[in-house]
Design a protein around this ligand. Structure first.
Ligand code: OAD
Length: 272
């Protein structure tokens, strides 16, 4: 038995003892790769590795608001691949929904724009979409909203839509947060929620993008922080009560569900 397996059992016991009633979960692109959506920074498979065809000054430029203003095409070509609708939640998404169902989820902070947490059944009032989502879109100049059905058509064709307000003509962008833009109000309104967590689960993120990456540090000393990720990231593992579950997150989550005796319930919820 490995140290992480032993520790995972301790985490399960902690939950079974009723000591974790305000669980805060943080997620990134790594929880959706098993659903077929590429992450950003994984070597070879990540989006940033595969952007060379667009001749960008640097890969992140595709999500920079100043670059978008003059050159929206690369983003819209990419949006075609990322647009929600063709993907189903993973077992890791279902686990977060299960925590909510059991009344143990205090809040989910996600960096993902794929809406798969909602699709898995996590109630929207428990979700902070820190980097926005593809659910709505608006003009970047006058902020006028743009209709969903027209948006879908443009994305399908890989074309940048223009504002529908007469005489505006500004570019339309999904309400996902670009580099150089403010995070949504909901993020700042809930930023101290992680300080009150009694257990923290961090899943599938490189913890490289701030301010999101600062959330795990908000856990009080002595609050267990569990990382489900392919690699060690951020300061995870630096505290005595940290648990590193390195590997693909679906396997790690299934092991935790086994330890909790929740495995059948989890699989049923995932398939439903
Ligand atoms: P990244 O691509 O930076 O990191 C994904 C992390 O998940 C990496 O550490 C991978 O090793 C890990 N990973 C991949 N597949 C996994 C799997 N099946 N199981 C477990 N771990 C896995 O994605 P994010 O951290 O989400 O922002 O990126 C943060 C932000 O950077 C994004 O929200 C986006 C991006 O630029 C904006 O566009 C504003």
């Amino acid at each position: 038995e490995t140290l992480s397996e032993r520790s995972l059992r301790a985490v399960a016991q902690f939950i079974k003892d009723g000591r974790a009633k305000r669980i805060v979960v943080m997620t990134g692109a790594g929880i959706s790769t098993a659903a077929g959506i590429p992450d950003f920074r994984s070597p070879k498979t990540g989006l940033y590795h595969n952007l060379s065809r667009f001749n960008l000054p640097h890969p992140e430029a595709v999500f920079e608001i100043d670059f978008f203003r003059t050159n929206p095409e690369p983003f819209y070509l990419l949006a075609k691949e990322l647009y929600p609708g063709n993907f189903s939640p993973t077992v890791s998404h279902a686990f977060i929904a299960l925590l909510a169902k059991k009344g143990l989820l205090r809040m989910l902070f996600t960096q993902n724009i794929d809406c798969l947490e909602r699709a898995a059944g996590v109630p929207s009032e428990k979700i902070v979409e820190a980097h926005g989502s593809f659910a709505t879109q608006r003009c970047i100049e006058c902020r006028t909203e743009f209709p969903d059905d027209l948006m879908r058509e443009h994305v399908k064709r890989g074309e940048a839509p223009r504002c529908i307000r007469k005489g505006c003509g500004g570019l339309v962008k999904p309400d996902i947060v670009f580099f150089g833009e403010q995070l949504p109000e909901a993020f700042y309104n809930n930023i101290s929620v992680p300080n009150t967590a009694d257990l923290m689960l961090v899943m599938g993120t490189s913890l490289l993008v701030h301010p999101f990456a600062g959330l795990p540090r908000r856990a009080q000393e002595g609050v267990p922080r569990v990382l489900f990720n392919l690699e060690r990231v951020g300061d995870m593992g630096s505290r005595a009560d940290d648990v590193l579950v390195l590997g693909d997150c679906d396997s790690g989550i299934r092991k935790l569900a086994d330890e909790l005796g929740w495995r059948d319930e989890l699989e049923a919820l995932w398939r439903s």
